[in-house]
Write a protein that binds this ligand. Structure first.
Ligand code: 4AD
Ligand code: MG
Length: 431
């Protein structure tokens, strides 16, 4: 019996006979010779069947196996520079596990609607394989960095009694006769955990009923949210830039084949090193005006503004101190100018826009009560949150990093719908 191995580790088995359990991605039929591109989830390898080397039944199987059939191929591993990936399998046996019917995603280009309708199958395509492998690497990098820097994971609830990020994008549901909402952010619960554990993070899905069909918006997305006691706005930016630089380094270190499939310009990722430039909202307005994309003071950036600002720098840029009026209720006031908030967004280059939102939180009870009233939020639902300012309130900061926008930027893919296995967008909840 040949040893069963994965394509990802095939280099450890040169000149040995091994078995690979996988699927047929593609084939070239040359009569007495079949070139089968076999994938197993960890990679793809060219497997070559010579009629004279195989038993008749195995040869028949090799000559007839269809695209995306599941199969087990056995053969000898050869190092070959000309082969894609550097190795080739000389087939000695082949067994079909299930012969696939005509595969809907033929090897030609399809429209994105068709591909999304077949998302359950499209996941197997090399580009999607590569993007989702980068996603797994980004998530691993985030968690490892936070765990290694003494942040404690504290899970936040998904069903919540109140809004965190404004009431216009809430998903409402019924909760035993009361109203409940799908979480927009774990932040408020994180702030309670911060007073219990110091440095914490939550990582989970967030839901926003955004009526915007842009390439940067999903209805359901994943966010990692660190929260830190006794950390101010400047300290918050330092953590953000270290985390983001670490993500880029890990993607460069572990995802070379994936970046190659995606034809990603890796020099763009190599440029992501701390420190990142820091500009104020007021500075940003000047850059926007000069670039012919003017914005009135007090307005929040739209996609075109984020694109201009992101492209102005070769690495991500912090924009801090937005007018309080365009930010959430929980932002701290700038002591120098109370019209400003101690907020900060991190904007990615290359048109990927805001990937992090956060800043220093209001830790004064009176200010927070005033803000909740100004934002017309229900006081009762926030009673527990206000307790955090009554019992041991401290200056603190935190932020939320959107996983999908980060993955889109790492991969250089245009639309974030490809960066999550099963995207939820305004027009689609199937499959
Ligand atoms: O700026 P946002 O709304 O910040 C918060 O939710 C804070 N409560 C986080 C915190 O301080 N703990 O969202 C944070 C990030 C954005 O920068 C963006 O990357 C991502 O979450 N994001 C989205 N990603 C995809 N689709 C959407 N609809 C998104 N909305 C926000
Ligand atoms: Mg934001």
């Amino acid at each position: 019996m040949a040893e069963q191995v994965t394509i990802g580790r095939i280099g450890e088995y040169v000149d040995q006979v091994v078995s690979i359990k996988g699927w047929l991605y593609n084939r070239r039929d040359k009569g007495r010779l079949q070139f089968l591109l076999v994938r197993d989830g960890t990679g793809t390898i060219q497997a070559v069947a010579f009629k004279r080397d195989l038993e008749p039944a195995a040869w028949e199987a090799a000559a007839q196996v269809t695209q995306e059939s599941s199969l087990v191929v056995t053969g000898i591993v050869r190092a070959d520079d000309r082969a894609p990936g550097g190795y080739e399998l000389g087939i000695t046996d082949l067994e079909i596990v299930q012969m696939a019917g005509e595969y809907p995603i033929a090897l030609k280009s399809h429209g994105v609607d068709f591909l999304m309708e077949n998302r359950h199958l499209w996941l197997r395509a090399p580009s999607q394989w590569a993007v989702l492998r980068v996603r797994a690497t980004v998530i691993r990098a985030v968690r490892n960095w936070l765990d290694d820097h003494d942040f404690m994971l504290v899970d936040a609830p998904i069903l919540t009694p109140a809004a965190c990020e404004g009431t216009t994008t809430l998903f409402e549901t019924e909760y035993f006769g009361e109203k409940a909402y799908l979480s927009q952010s774990g932040q408020l619960y994180n702030e309670a955990a911060m007073e219990a554990f110091g440095k914490v993070y939550c990582f989970g899905p967030a839901f926003r009923a955004e009526k915007s069909k842009t390439r940067r918006h999903l209805i359901e997305f994943w966010m990692v949210e660190p929260e830190m006691a006794y950390v101010d706005l400047e300290g918050c930016m330092e953590v953000e830039e270290q985390l983001v630089a670490h993500i880029a380094q890990e993607v460069l270190a572990h995802c070379r084949p994936e970046l190659e499939i995606l034809e990603r310009d890796v020099s763009k990722l190599e440029a992501i090193t701390a420190p990142f430039p820091r500009i104020s909202y007021d500075d940003a307005l000047k850059i926007l005006a000069e670039a012919g994309e003017p914005l009135d003071w007090g307005e929040d950036f739209g996609a075109p503004h984020e694109t201009v600002l992101g492209n102005h720098f070769d690495r991500p840029v912090f924009v801090h101190r937005y007018p309080a009026q365009c930010k959430a209720f929980y932002m701290a006031e700038d002591p120098v100018d109370p019209k400003l908030s101690l907020s900060v967004d991190l904007l990615a280059p290359e048109g990927y826009g805001e990937i992090i939102g956060g800043g220093q939180r209001a830790h004064d009870l009176a200010l927070l009560e005033r803000r909740i009233a100004e934002h017309k939020l229900p006081q009762e639902a926030f009673a527990w949150y206000l307790d955090l300012r009554r019992y041991g309130s401290v200056p603190h900061s935190g932020f939320g990093l959107g996983i999908e926008r980060t993955v889109a930027w790492m991969c250089g893919v245009h639309h974030i719908r490809e960066t999550i296995p099963f995207p939820r967008t305004m027009g689609r909840i199937y499959p």
